[in-house]
Structures are given as C-alpha cells and as structure tokens.
Design a protein around this ligand. Structure first.
Ligand SMILES: [Zn+2]
Length: 236
C-alpha cells in the first residue's frame, strides 16, 4: 500500500475508535465525560496518521525513508538490515506490541522530551505521507517537512498532557492498521513473526495503483472528517 493510504486509514481508525470505544478510560484518572476531549481527538488523528507509517521503517525507499532526508534514509537501511528485509519483523503483531509498549515506557520514564520528540517524528511522517510538502527526495522536500513538523510540535506542546495516556494506544493502532492494509495486498505480512506464516488476503492487486489514490484515500479522509465532526458535535 502507498504511504497516503496508510496515513489516511490510520486517521480513520483513530477517529472511529475514539467515537466507538471508551478511549477516555485511557486518560484515567482524568476522565472527562465519556469521550476524549476535542483537542486530544484532533491531535490523535494526526499522530495516528503518522504512526501508520512506522512499519515501513524497514523499507529503504519508502515514504518513511525520505521523511527527514539522509538521516531517516540511513536509519531505515539499518532497520531493514536488522529486521530481515521488507515486511518481516516490523510487519508483525510483535512490532505493534513493541511500539505500543515503547511509547508507554518512553512517556512514563523518559518524560516530556520523549513525548515531544515522538510527536515531532510522527507529525513529520504525517506531513510527508499526506503530501503536504513538495515531492521528491531533495532538501526542499525534507526541509518543508521539518519546518511543518516543528511548528506542529510547538502547537501540540501547548495542549498535550504531560503523560498523554492515549498516545501508546494511538501509536499501536497506527501500526496495527498498517499491517491490516498490507495484508490486503499481494505480498501479505508475517503477522506472527518470527513464525514464517504469511497472512495475505489480496483484495488490492498492486501497490501504487489508482484505486488507492483516487478512491480509497479520499474515502478515508471523508470518513475521518465525518466521524470527527459527528463525535465533536455530539459531545456532552
Ligand atoms: Zn508496509
């Protein structure tokens, strides 16, 4: 699947989960009503969109690899090598558990600088995947990504809680939705890595096709906006 399909499906999954599930319990003991507040809801939408790119950190030429120029490219090459190539370790339930727990541990033990660094990185991924920057691999592209992500991080710094308890859920959900999307393509994923079983329900024939760009992604965006609007206007 393409970066923008992953990002937009992540956003839709977050808004749907926030509308349907009692995510506010994740903010215990600060539970406000039955649902997350509007600000957390909107921040989570962008961050989950970014998190939905994380499993492709094993892809040296994917969206995530170009997000911050040479730095992310080298990091992705290393992760690709360590995880056994594309769609191996990072496309498994074990990876979803690892990023969820890693986020929780970072937020709790490393504190605010970890939270803000993660926010910056996830925003950078979202900006890149949602094509909010010039295309390509040049400085113009990742310079724009950096400026927008820094600006977004400053904004979120005003609003995000000291220990945003929904953040691990948001990151885990994004990664999970990514796996779901990749399972719908030809190659499938090794969800139960390190087992060799490959899960594959090939409904989308080829990555990069027009169906994703012109049908799926716009539908995901429209769905996200509709669910957010409904949730926000029906808050108690
Ligand atoms: Zn993938």
């Amino acid at each position: 699947m393409l970066g923008h399909s992953h990002a937009t499906s992540g956003a839709l999954a977050w808004s749907g989960a926030a509308a349907a599930l009692p995510i506010s319990y994740l903010t215990f003991p600060v539970v406000s009503g039955g649902h997350l507040g509007t600000v957390d809801l909107v921040m989570g939408t962008f961050l989950t969109a970014g998190a939905a790119l994380l499993p492709d950190a094993d892809h040296p030429s994917g969206t995530i690899s170009h997000v911050l120029g040479p730095i992310s490219h080298v990091a992705c090459k290393a992760i690709s090598w360590a995880s056994g190539g594309h769609r191996h370790a990072t496309h498994s339930f074990a990876f979803v558990a690892a990023v969820t727990y890693g986020t929780w541990a970072g937020v709790h033990w490393l504190g605010r600088w970890f939270t803000l660094a993660l926010v910056f990185f996830l925003l950078a991924l979202a900006v890149r995947a949602l094509n909010l920057c010039p295309p390509g691999e040049g400085f113009r592209s990742y310079g724009t990504v950096t400026v927008l992500a820094v600006a977004g991080t400053f904004v979120m710094d005003q609003w995000i809680a000291d220990k945003p308890t929904w953040l691990p859920f948001s990151v885990g959900l994004g990664a999970f939705v990514h796996l779901f999307g990749d399972c719908l393509t030809d190659h499938g994923c090794r969800l139960f890595w390190p087992l060799k079983i490959r899960t594959c329900v090939p409904l989308i024939s080829r990555t990069g096709n027009k169906l994703e760009t012109w049908v799926l992604s716009p539908l995901f965006v429209a769905g996200t906006l509709a669910v957010l609007w409904y949730t926000i206007t029906h808050q108690p």
